[in-house]
Design a protein around this ligand. Structure first.
Ligand code: AMO
Length: 460
């Protein structure tokens, strides 16, 4: 329907006829002149009506359009130093295609703030705001950058799609959503874990998936959702977990470098922060800064992490997982000490990692409760964004580890089978896309998901 997006209408098109489609962002009556600000995906443009020059019906159309109605405007481009973007459109026709009711449930111009719940209830309208659109445009770009990273390796990763309806837990534990599957018990997949490991027995060697995890966790925090999106990957013929960490680093670097290059979107968001007087935790005007990582990612061991925490007066017993607060403190210490935003924590205790995790010690020491594992996390600004590990590829050891975790090997029969007829050494990881974005923008995780699912939210 349109000839141009708002951004494409530049002063060098002066005198040309254009057709623009979008939403009536605002209209202003200044007596002799009337403005209609039309908004589309790419920005806003001013439509100008002048008494005596513009046809009367155009002027009354500008007057009567309700905000957020969908409009189609055809007119002549005019360069104007006063207009935003240095250009305006003198209308020849204004057509209201779909009228918006008033009053509006949300203010799209950003002048009136609404709380997150109200915004999520009216998400379709919330996303019309340029500063929100900007988040999802960056998300789109970093997902493309991530996919390209996998596809463009000399030894490429093959994209897979694992089932999202599964018969048993993949991570152990009870965090499963049961569903009715004809006469059988079934669940929504917590992760592609078992399937991506089975792919290592096929000869595909390196696979990845852009996937959803469904987790029936009862958390009600700023960083947990019940439906999560992730890059999930597995690779075979590895020497150890360091080969997997190399892939994680390449992927995270590609995503962050891409985001740091999204200058237009970053500017839109920062302009909004200024306009709406959004403050950071120090009471200063919030500023979005995304840095492309320059150095190699630091690796600290779990033991070193405990020592760093202890030096700050935060004692954690060996063998306990890092809680939210410890992760946050550690993030601050590492930023102050090394100026690093992103770093690995390696060599976690085996007992807090899932059954498929390769023990760190010799294979015959595998069930020692206090031994280390070949598992790691990637932390970004003090929050876990990736976990991964080298996996067990030995059938007998894997069966024993299942039992150690009180899981019934019968429920893992088809998975276990793939370890009996030739399974190479392998490892992989899951990178939480929502977590990366949440940390990048320093917002609640719900802000970076179109329609977030949490304990209380099932609609829209
Ligand atoms: P894990 O359970 O640690 O590992 O998940 C991997 C990454 O997914 C993200 N994530 C979440 N984000 C928001 N809300 C949640 N409830 C949530 N749960 C997980 C995090 C986390 O680091 N199978 C293993 C991965 C592997 O070893 O390959 C797994 O799922 O960013």
């Amino acid at each position: 329907m349109r000839t141009h997006y708002s951004k494409q209408v530049t002063p060098d098109l002066a005198g040309e006829k254009v057709t623009l489609c979008g939403w009536a962002h605002e209209s202003r009556d200044m007596g002799k002149i009337k403005f209609l600000i039309l908004r589309d995906r790419e920005g806003v443009i001013q439509v100008l009506g002048k008494k005596g020059e513009t046809k009367e019906e155009m002027l009354s159309a500008i007057d009567s359009i309700s905000r957020e109605s969908v409009v189609k405007v055809t007119g002549i481009v005019k360069a104007s130093k006063m207009a935003p973007g240095g250009v305006e459109v003198l209308p020849e026709s204004i057509e209201v295609i779909s009228e918006a009711l008033s009053p509006l449930p949300l203010d799209v111009t950003g002048k009136v703030q609404a709380d997150l719940d109200t915004r999520l209830n009216m998400r379709f309208m919330d996303i019309r705001k340029p500063e929100i659109t900007a988040i999802f445009r960056i998300k789109d770009k970093i997902l493309t950058a991530g996919r390209e990273y996998f596809e463009k390796q000399d030894d490429e990763f093959i994209e897979i799609h694992s089932p999202k309806i599964i018969a048993s837990a993949s991570e152990g534990g009870t965090e499963l959503f049961p569903i009715a599957y004809f006469d059988k018990e079934a669940f929504l997949a917590q992760s592609p874990q078992l399937y991506k490991q089975m792919m290592m027995a096929t000869g595909f060697d390196r696979v990845y998936e852009v996937t959803n995890y469904f987790r029936a966790e009862e958390h009600d925090t700023f960083r947990h959702l019940n439906e999560v999106t992730a890059f999930d990957s597995e690779q075979a013929f590895i020497n150890d977990e360091n080969d997997v960490m190399q892939t994680v680093e390449g992927l995270a670097r590609a995503m962050l470098t891409c985001a740091a290059g999204c200058e237009n979107e970053i500017e839109i968001i920062n302009n909004y922060y200024k306009r709406a007087k959004i403050k950071d935790k120090n009471g200063q005007t919030k500023k979005l800064e995304i840095n492309a990582p320059k150095k190699n990612f630091r690796k600290i061991t779990y033991d070193e992490a405990l020592d760093l925490l202890s030096a700050e007066g935060k004692e954690l017993p060996w063998g306990e997982d890092l809680d939210t607060e410890s992760e946050k403190i550690l993030g601050r210490i590492i930023r102050e000490k090394f100026k690093d935003d992103i770093y690995f924590i390696t060599k976690y205790p085996l007992k807090i990692k899932p059954f498929y995790t390769m023990p760190g010690k010799a294979l015959d020491d595998e069930c020692a409760d206090d031994s280390y594992s070949r598992a790691f996390d990637l932390e970004y600004r003090g929050v876990e964004v990736v976990s991964g590990s080298q996996r067990i590829h030995d059938y007998n050891l894997l069966s024993r580890r299942l039992e150690y975790h009180n899981l019934n090997p019968e429920n893992f029969k088809s998975y276990l089978n793939s370890f009996r007829y030739g399974m190479p050494p392998h490892g992989g990881f899951g990178l939480g896309i929502d977590r990366i974005l949440m940390q990048m923008f320093e917002v609640n995780v719900r802000e970076v998901v179109l329609f977030p699912r949490d304990r209380h939210r099932l609609t829209p």
